[in-house]
Design a protein around this ligand. Structure first.
Ligand code: BTN
Length: 242
C-alpha cells in the first residue's frame, strides 16, 4: 500500500507495511536517536500489537490502522491525562469520518454505538511518552460483537482515516501544550461516556467494585462512589446502566 501524497511527504510520519508493534518500534528508535515531539509511525499490520494491561491487540493486514506518536510533555502537563485525551481526539476524528457519535469509555476505549472502534495505549519511556492508537477500519475475522469498524458506517480509505486521526492528534496535542491541562480536561470530560453511569470495575488485582462513576479527576483517575468511594487509575470498566 502506498500513502497518498499529503501523508507521504509528511516528514514526521513514517509508514511501515508490517511491524511487530508501532509502539515498540518507536521505543526502539528512541533508544538510538533523538526524535522530534509529534514524530509518528503508522503501520497497516502488526504481528505483535500490544494492548492495555499486557494484552495483545490484533491488527491483521488491511483491517486496522496502527499509529504511534512520540510525545515530549512540557513541565506541568499531566501525563495521566494522555490516554484519555488521545482517546477524545480519536473520538473526534472518528465522528467526523463516520458521521456517528463517538465517545470514550474510561480509560481508553473509543466507542461508537456502544461498540469499540479504537483503543489507546500510552507507554512511558526514557525520552518521553509513546502513545499508540489502534483503529478498526474493516471488521476483522472473529472480531467480538462488542467491536465495530469504520467501514460499517462509511467507505473511507486507509489514508483518509489515518490523515483525519493524525491531524486530530497533532492539533489537539499542540492546543494542550498552548492552553494547558484545563483544555485537555474539558475535552476529556466532554467526550466521556462513563461519568454518570453505574459501572462495574475490575482492578488489575482482580478486586471487583461497583458504583456510580462520579467524575474524572484532574489527574485522569476515575472516582467511583458505591458503598465506599474509590479513585481508579487502572481497571476494566463495564457500563451497567445510566
Ligand atoms: C487497548 O485497547 O488495549 C489498547 C490498544 C492499543 C493498540 C495500539 S495499535 C498501535 C500501537 N501499537 C501497539 O502495539 N499498540 C498500540
Amino acid at each position: 500500500m502506498n500513502l497518498e501524497k499529503s501523508l507521504a511527504v509528511d516528514p514526521e510520519l513514517e509508514y511501515l507495511e508490517t511491524i511487530d508493534s508501532t509502539n515498540l518500534e518507536l521505543a526502539r528508535r528512541l533508544e538510538g536517536s533523538l526524535l522530534p515531539d509529534g514524530y509518528a509511525i503508522a503501520a497497516a499490520a502488526q504481528t505483535a500489537g500490544r494492548g492495555r494491561l499486557d494484552r495483545s491487540w490484533v491488527s491483521e493486514p488491511g483491517t486496522s490502522i496502527s499509529l504511534s506518536m512520540f510525545l515530549k510533555p512540557a513541565a506541568g502537563m499531566e501525563q495521566g491525562l494522555i490516554p484519555l485525551f488521545f482517546g477524545s481526539r480519536v473520538a473526534m476524528a472518528v465522528a467526523s469520518i463516520t458521521g456517528q457519535t463517538a465517545a470514550v469509555k474510561w480509560p481508553n476505549d473509543v466507542l461508537v454505538d456502544g461498540r469499540k472502534i479504537s483503543g489507546v495505549l500510552a507507554e512511558l519511556g526514557s525520552q518521553g511518552v509513546v502513545v499508540g492508537v489502534g483503529i478498526n477500519v474493516e471488521r476483522q475475522l472473529g472480531a467480538p460483537e462488542t467491536s465495530c469498524a469504520v467501514s460499517e458506517f462509511v467507505s473511507s480509505s486507509f489514508d483518509e482515516t489515518l490523515s483525519a486521526v493524525l491531524g486530530a492528534l497533532r492539533t489537539g496535542w499542540k492546543s494542550w501544550r498552548e492552553l494547558g491541562n484545563g483544555f485537555a480536561l474539558s475535552e476529556i470530560r466532554a467526550s466521556s461516556l462513563t461519568v454518570g453511569k453505574e459501572v462495574k470495575a475490575i482492578l488489575p488485582s482482580g478486586e471487583v467494585l461497583e458504583g456510580k462513576a462520579h467524575a474524572i479527576e484532574d489527574d485522569g483517575r476515575l472516582l467511583i462512589v458505591g458503598e465506599q468511594s474509590h479513585l481508579l487509575s487502572a481497571a476494566d470498566v463495564w457500563h451497567l446502566r445510566n
